[in-house]
Design a protein around this ligand. Structure first.
Ligand SMILES: [Zn+2]
Length: 180
């Protein structure tokens, strides 16, 4: 598998705001991280007294950008997303919709990784894995004699998820987060 195709590259449609407000669409698609370098002259193909540019459409932001904004804001968000791997994107989209507003976007990726506890089939599966991962070796040995399979992990999970943990359900399982 090559890694070059895994780069996240959000795109923005940047248009001239004065033209847009007069009912004309003068714009084009750009890579979002360089969108703040686009000038009104670029869009008009020559000199213009129009000054302000505006992002009216975008793609590949994975839930991190809603609606319209300035090219500078879109560039900031695009840069914040660049540290993410493709494996993280699904969980990140869920996380950013729920908690992104409370966190400066420069810290999004670090904070997301700090709070993300993985993808699991259910709360019960998470509880079982958690118990196995946090047990000491001597406990593990005891577990092999103990009726581990008779534990009702879904009930055990209710306790875990009534505290700091949050489960966000998607079609085939749950993303688990531990928000600060
Ligand atoms: Zn214009």
């Amino acid at each position: 598998m090559t890694t070059t195709s895994l780069t996240i590259q959000p795109r923005v449609w940047i248009c001239c705001l004065a033209c847009y407000n007069s009912g004309y669409l003068v714009g084009d698609w750009y890579d979002a991280d360089a969108g703040d370098l686009v000038t009104p002259e670029d869009l008009h193909g020559g000199p213009t007294d129009h000054e302000e540019l505006w992002v009216t459409d975008h793609e590949d932001f994975h839930g991190a950008l809603e609606g319209e904004c300035s090219p500078g804001h879109a560039a900031e968000i695009a840069e914040a997303l660049q540290g993410l791997t493709h494996d993280e994107l699904g969980a990140f989209s869920v996380w950013v919709a729920e908690w992104g507003d409370d966190v400066n976007n420069a810290h999004w990726v670090d904070r997301f990784r700090d709070e993300y506890r993985g993808f699991h089939k259910s709360e019960g599966h998470y509880a079982q894995e958690w118990a196995e991962d946090t047990s000491q070796d001597e406990d593990k040995e005891r577990m092999t004699r103990w009726p581990w399979n008779s534990i009702d992990w879904d009930r055990a999970a209710e306790e875990l998820f009534s505290g700091d943990l949050h489960a966000e359900r998607v079609s085939d399982g749950i993303y688990v987060f531990c928000p600060r």
